[in-house]
Design a protein around this ligand. Structure first.
Ligand code: HEM
Length: 418
């Protein structure tokens, strides 16, 4: 590509990015559009207030950006499970869910491709495989907590919440142990899920994407030459038959990204609410067997993935509203998890809650989180071990939250354990 063409492309990208940003700013500030306010980085501290304002306007609300949002558990569930919706338009029109242009594998595939590739990855998360991970997860947790104990005062995110899922997913994928590099690459890509807001961010993202592709290309080559009894070797064996090289590379990259930015934030959000209400923490300390219930309540009350989206692949009626073909619906999972039609006293964090209906933190329908058994295992063991080893843990300074709308969780969480 000539340098003139490259410059033209960069100029087009930039003007498109700033035009989009100006449009969102206009609707947020001048016209008070709630969804525009929600997606602007650094323009709110508490998304839950905006969700409540949206809920007051009805179960399915049009936004000024031309799509719909829903805060209703019932409507989210219906949209996520409906075959009349997909994760990308089938005729190639605007892909609202992935404006960063990343190849997110399963997350942006409709059937039949989605069905074919999900079937290949599913064996990595069977109950038998999970049982095999218990020891590995425990070993990783105890090693990190030993280090935290020696430090006494530490940042819960950098010393525990972040290295744990990285260690687990590195092992799952058979990657070389290089936690700092993987953390940097994963978080750059995760940040882009909220869109690209500057040329600098676009450049960093492109570099991170290229670096991850090279890392996985090398891993796939190693497993091709020397197969082992692991997920990546099993997938490599299918290559050419049921999965193309490009699909395989995108799938393993998705497993890495989906496998740690989410779990990191769930640990951070969970400890945030447990320590904010000491009574809840003390209940867990007295009975660490409550950890599985804690996990479900944390995921309901403040889920790391706050929203996802679906596009209608045919005209369809939802919640008495006619949705036209190619219309996007933003399913606000975090808002649905606090829907008073489903959860009594929804804004109360209560680890003793008995919910008859499952939260939507892992989404629903065919894209229901494939890694949910592993996430539940890691989170249960993490909360249990923290309560057993550090019953006196407390926060020592304000938490800094990460910017962004799609992923929610602390960036920094200073604590002491003495
Ligand atoms: C607390 C931790 C986690 C949360 C809250 C979470 C949440 C989610 C959500 C909401 C989706 C669906 C998005 C949509 O419907 O558009 C999803 C999909 C997915 N997750 Fe997770 N996840 C977590 C952990 C993990 C882990 C540990 C892995 C694997 C190592 C993983 C792998 C995946 C994959 C592969 C998909 C795509 C499934 C598909 O499209 O069929 N996740 N996750």
């Amino acid at each position: 590509m000539s340098s003139a063409t490259k410059a033209l492309q960069a100029a087009k990208f930039l003007s498109g990015m700033y035009r989009e940003r100006a449009r969102i700013l206009y609707w947020a500030h001048v016209r008070g559009d709630l969804f525009s306010r929600l997606i602007l980085p650094n323009h709110h501290t508490d998304p839950y207030q905006i969700y409540e304002e949206m809920r007051a306007r009805g179960p399915l609300v049009p936004t000024r950006l031309g799509n719909y949002t829903t805060t209703s558990h019932r409507v989210c569930n219906e949209v996520l499970r409906s075959r009349r919706f997909g994760v990308r338009p089938e005729d190639g029109s605007e892909d609202l869910a992935n404006q960063a242009g990343l190849d997110l594998s399963l997350l942006e595939l409709n059937p039949p491709d989605h069905t074919r590739i999900r079937r290949l990855a599913a064996p990595a998360f069977t109950p038998r495989r999970m049982a095999g991970y218990v020891g590995l997860v425990d070993q990783a947790i105890q090693g990190l907590l030993d280090q935290c104990e020696r430090e006494g005062e530490f940042d819960l995110m950098t010393s525990f919440a972040s290295p744990l899922p990285i260690a687990v997913v590195t092992h799952l994928l058979g990657l070389p142990n290089d936690p700092e590099r993987l953390r940097r690459l994963g978080s750059t890509i995760a940040r882009a899920l909220d869109g690209i807001w500057s040329l600098g961010q676009a450049r960093t993202l492109a570099a991170a994407d290229a670096e991850l592709r090279t890392t996985f290309a090398e891993l796939l080559d190693r497993r091709r030459a020397d197969p082992r009894d692991d997920l990546v070797s099993a997938l490599v064996a299918e290559q050419g038959r049921d999965i193309t090289p490009a699909e395989l590379s995108a799938l393993v990259r998705l497993l890495l990204i989906a496998g740690f930015e989410t779990t990191v934030n769930a640990i951070g959000n969970g400890m945030h609410w447990l320590l904010a209400d000491r009574g809840q923490w003390d209940l867990l300390v007295k009975d660490p067997g409550r950890a599985p219930a804690v996990v479900e309540e944390v995921l309901r009350f403040d889920p790391p993935v706050q929203q996802t989206a679906r596009v209608a692949n045919q005209p369809t009626e939802v919640g008495e509203v006619l949705i036209v073909k190619n219309q996007w619906v933003i399913t606000l999972l975090a808002a649905a998890n606090r829907d008073p039609e489903v959860y009594p006293d929804p804004n109360r964090f209560d680890i003793s809650r008995e919910s008859p209906v499952e939260h939507l933190a892992f989404s629903g329908g065919i894209h229901y989180c494939l890694g949910s058994p592993l996430a539940r295992l890691e989170l249960t063991q993490a909360f249990c071990a923290l309560a057993e080893r550090f019953p006196r843990i407390r926060q020592t300074a304000p938490i800094t939250m990460r910017p962004g709308t799609t992923l929610r969780g602390p960036l920094r969480f200073p604590v002491t354990v003495s």
